[in-house]
Write a protein that binds this ligand. Structure first.
Ligand code: ATP
Ligand code: MG
Length: 498
């Protein structure tokens, strides 16, 4: 490709163009409407957060945090003024130490190393009283430049649940009527291997219910809302899978995991390398495996449903009953797990058609421990995240894409006087809500009609000297070629009546 620009969107990111964004907007509008009817309000958290928020919430040893996150060091804001340094280096270093004590500078390995370096340079500086002014200026400059090494680790969000919980705590939302129901939509970032339905910048639409009780009706209503939304979008072939993963107690999930681990040890030799590793790190995740050879082995493993404590068992049964009352069709999948400790009880996933192996369009579950983990009060929580890119792909595959956006009216004008009228007509028609194209330069009528068709216009409004003089405008229907003459008012009335 000879004339390809040397700049391209970076790997795993893409431009969404008008041919697609019409559908994206429709989907997002549907989400706003449906979620609104269930009493959810929108939250727009920032895309950047302290890395620690995700490290805590998503988990430091998950792939997302350890491998896939876009993380960088941002220069600290609350740092002592580096110009203090040129006045008194000792004072500056003192101030940095104070800022670390006060928590303004994070105590990270890299910041502690920067402080040690700063002190070493200061020692060097103080030990020399024979510096000439150039040497002194240079040493001061080097020292003050090292303040840039202090930083706060921040990350592009790989998901938004952690941000929403952080915001719930930060804004004291536990003071509001509980539960607080929030939804969000926007880009997420994960450094994954790009493929169909998997991008490095992708979009999620999600919702969270925080606070209040953990009544099974809350779980069921959230899932009902989700399925209503997919239905309104016209998503085809949706399948809802649900499971309960109990709670982190010895008489519940912990006991089950111990049993699972013991069983896995017995068949270790027959498992692949990934699963072998997971026996140690996170046995539950072995159940996630898609490896062909492991399937018959996994089928014989103990199932969590048989090991739930009485409360969790009752909660699960009630969630299923509540779903049935709402007419929500589900399938139980005992292998549906979440590998993180604070996830508990209800977990669910929705798959849709036309997506190949990346067919999960939504994942969700209950996470009663998360707000507390982030430093807030004990708070119940449940939520989901929809992969909007995959939702759109599936809709397009099944022919549910939006029609390309054409024009309602193309104004073919010729002559100075007609142009003035055309400008006014364009304004009036646009005010009335029509999509209008007003060519910026004069075109012969033949050429103008050709352009009008190419843009997919329904009508051409023909304005020449005659039309303007008679006050009778020509409206040409481009689908059937028919033409009629109308006064300005009659034309507006006619178009509005369609
Ligand atoms: P998967 O198993 O497909 O990697 P996940 O468990 O990482 O999904 P979640 O973190 O639960 O996914 O995110 C919820 C939804 O977001 C997924 O069901 C999927 O539709 C979507 N999603 C996740 N990662 C990506 C990505 N890299 N590109 C596009 N969509 C994604
Ligand atoms: Mg993933």
């Amino acid at each position: 490709m000879a004339n390809k620009s040397k700049f391209q969107a970076i790997r795993g990111t893409r431009d969404l163009l008008p041919a697609d964004t019409a559908l994206w907007n429709r989907v997002e509008q549907t989400a706003r409407e449906v979620f609104g009817t269930f009493g959810f309000g929108e939250i727009r958290p920032p895309i950047l957060e302290a890395t620690e928020v995700f490290a805590r919430a998503v988990g430091g040893d998950t792939d997302i945090v350890s491998k896939e996150m876009y993380t960088f060091t941002d220069e600290m804001q609350g740092l002592p003024d580096p110009t203090d340094f040129s006045i008194s280096p000792d004072h500056y270093v003192d101030a940095v130490e104070q800022a670390i004590k006060a928590g303004q500078i994070q105590v990270t390995d890299s910041n502690l190393k920067s402080l040690a370096q700063l002190k070493a340079q200061l020692g060097l500086y103080n030990s020399r009283n024979d510096l000439n002014s150039t040497e002194e200026a240079e040493l001061k400059f080097r020292l003050s430049a090292s303040h840039l090494a202090f930083g706060e680790s921040i990350s592009l969000r790989p998901e938004a649940t952690a941000s929403v919980c952080r915001a719930y705590i930060e804004h004291n939302m536990q003071q509001m009527p509980q539960p607080v129901k929030l939804y969000y939509m926007g880009p997420m970032f994960r450094r994954e291997r790009p493929q169909k339905g998997r991008y490095r910048q992708f979009y999620q639409i999600g919702a969270e219910i925080l606070g209040g009780p953990d009544a099974p009706a809350i779980d069921a209503e959230l899932i009902e809302m989700l399925m209503t939304f997919f239905d309104k979008c016209g998503l085809q072939g949706t399948e809802l899978s649900i499971n309960s993963i109990g709670h982190a107690g010895d008489n519940c999930r912990r006991g089950y995991v111990a049993k699972l681990k013991a069983e896995l040890e017995k068949v270790k030799d027959k498992l692949g390398a990934d699963s072998q590793r997971r026996i140690e790190t996170n046995p539950l995740r072995v159940l996630d495996s898609k490896l062909e050879q492991e399937q018959p082995i996994i089928a014989t493993l103990p199932r969590i449903a048989d090991h739930l404590c009485d409360e969790c068992k009752a909660h699960y049964a009630a969630v299923k009953h509540e779903l049935e009352q709402r007419g929500v069709i589900y399938r139980e999948n005992w292998r549906l797990v979440r590998g993180l400790d604070y996830y508990m009880r209800t977990t669910f996933e929705i798959t849709a058609q036309g997506l190949g192996s990346q067919n999960a369009v939504c994942g969700g579950g209950r996470y009663d421990g998360l707000v507390e983990l982030l430093g807030g009060p004990p708070t119940k929580g449940i939520g989901f995240a929809i992969g909007e890119d995959r939702l759109i792909l599936s809709l397009q595959e099944s022919g549910k894409g939006a029609a390309p956006q054409g024009r309602d009216i193309y104004i073919a004008w010729m002559g100075e006087r007609a142009y003035a009228t055309a400008i006014r007509a364009a304004k009036d028609l646009r005010n009335a809500g029509f999509r209008v194209e007003l060519p910026p330069t004069e075109l012969k009528f033949g050429k103008a009609l050709e352009r009008a068709s190419k843009l997919g216009s329904r009508f051409a409004l023909i304005l020449g000297d005659n039309e303007v003089a008679d006050g009778q405008w020509t409206l040409k229907n481009l689908a059937d070629g028919s033409q009629q003459k109308l006064t300005e008012q009659a034309l507006l009335d006619y178009l509005k009546s369609l």
